[in-house]
Design a binder for this molecule. Structure first.
Ligand SMILES: Nc1ncnc2c1ncn2[C@@H]1O[C@H](COP(=O)(O)OP(=O)(O)OP(=O)(O)O)[C@@H](O)[C@H]1O
Ligand SMILES: [Mg+2]
Length: 316
């Protein structure tokens, strides 16, 4: 998938600006940034799920297997997305229906994609639960969502996403609602499934620690823009944007003795606040005069993209 210059507005407020990235089969791209920076809107736009809301796409192309999915009809897009792309969300309890057994919910998904009978679909549902490493899947099919732990429910959501054998999986904060041990298990599971199936994965998170564990490459978003993008190894070895630097030092370290976390000062501005120049300048320790007047262009150094007048190595 190749996303080019995607821009999204709510009313007259641009929220996502000129976002471009690409993702290959068998690779994981991480999108990271603080709450409200436009990560979910970007993924909903890619899935074609913004229709019928007050949010508008103002520009951009999303080329998926050779087709611009923003240009095709709604029915063509649904067919394409239902069978080739899948999405999992942050809170499984809001996506699972509490009054139906999970077996019936998975079967419903399978029947939408495959011309099989109910018994065969139930068998396939058990196979999917086995694939997401749920023990004793036959009896688990009869459980209601509230009878499962949070981690189990997220596994069920992943099983539902896999029912259509997607080639691209978008996981929007898939582990945020889970404790850290279960979080690590779900990330390992996504990694195993990606290796088994060769699908591409977009992993969205506000937690750079989560991204570091699984992603080949990373796009760092701030206020609707990608401010830095490169391989994960390069990002941690040589962060150039001060915002990325701030995110890296704010990853909590369980072994250190410090009393205070290194949070980035201030907050992400709201969408109707106008900020001239670089959107990060009010919070940036590297900012100089022109940062408040002149918006930085995207600069490419080898495979490393960044938007900053005074990148970290130059300012230190
Ligand atoms: N339907 C909508 N109508 C109006 N504003 C919206 C809508 N959806 C999102 N927004 C606004 O757009 C901005 C970006 O939202 P988005 O959900 O993409 O953020 P996010 O990066 O996913 O944050 P989080 O980490 O909290 O999930 C936010 O300021 C949000 O309030
Ligand atoms: Mg979100």
């Amino acid at each position: 998938m190749d996303v080019q210059n995607l821009s999204i507005s709510v009313g007259n407020n641009p929220i996502v600006r000129n976002v471009s990235f690409s993702i290959e089969a068998g690779k994981t791209l991480g999108i990271v940034g603080e709450s409200g920076c436009g990560k979910s809107l970007t993924s909903l736009a890619i899935m074609g799920l913004l229709e019928g809301t007050q949010v508008r796409l103002t520009s951009g192309r999303v080329i998926f297997e050779g087709t611009d999915i923003l240009k095709v009809s709604v029915s063509e897009r649904r067919a394409l997305l239902g069978s080739r792309m899948a999405m999992i969300f942050q809170e499984p309890m809001t996506s699972l229906n509490p009054v139906y057994r999970i077996g019936d919910q998975i079967v419903e998904m399978i029947l939408q994609h495959e011309p099989v009978g109910r018994t065969a679909a139930m068998q396939r549902a058990a196979d999917l639960l086995r694939r997401v490493r749920i023990p004793d899947p036959e009896s688990r099919l009869k459980s209601f969502p509230h009878q499962l732990s949070g981690g189990m429910r997220q596994r069920v959501m992943i099983a539902i996403a896999l029912a259509s054998n997607p080639v691209l999986l978008i996981a929007d904060e898939p582990t945020t609602a889970l404790d850290v041990t279960v979080q690590a298990q779900i990330l390992d599971l996504l990694e195993e499934l990606k290796t088994e199936s060769g699908m591409g994965v977009i992993l969205i998170s506000h937690d750079l620690g989560v991204i570091a564990q699984t992603c080949h490459s990373v796009a760092v978003m701030y206020r609707g823009q990608i401010v830095e993008a490169c391989s994960t190894v390069e990002l941690f070895a040589n962060p150039l944007h001060p915002y990325t630097g701030g995110l890296i030092v704010s990853i909590p370290d369980a072994y250190s003795n410090v009393d205070e976390l290194n949070a980035i000062p201030g907050r992400v501005p709201t969408i109707d606040e106008r900020i001239s120049g670089c959107a990060f300048h009010p919070r940036c320790h590297c900012a100089k005069d022109n940062c408040s007047t002149q918006a930085p262009q995207t600069i490419q150094r080898a495979d490393h993209l960044y938007q900053c007048h005074y990148p970290l190595e130059a300012s230190s």
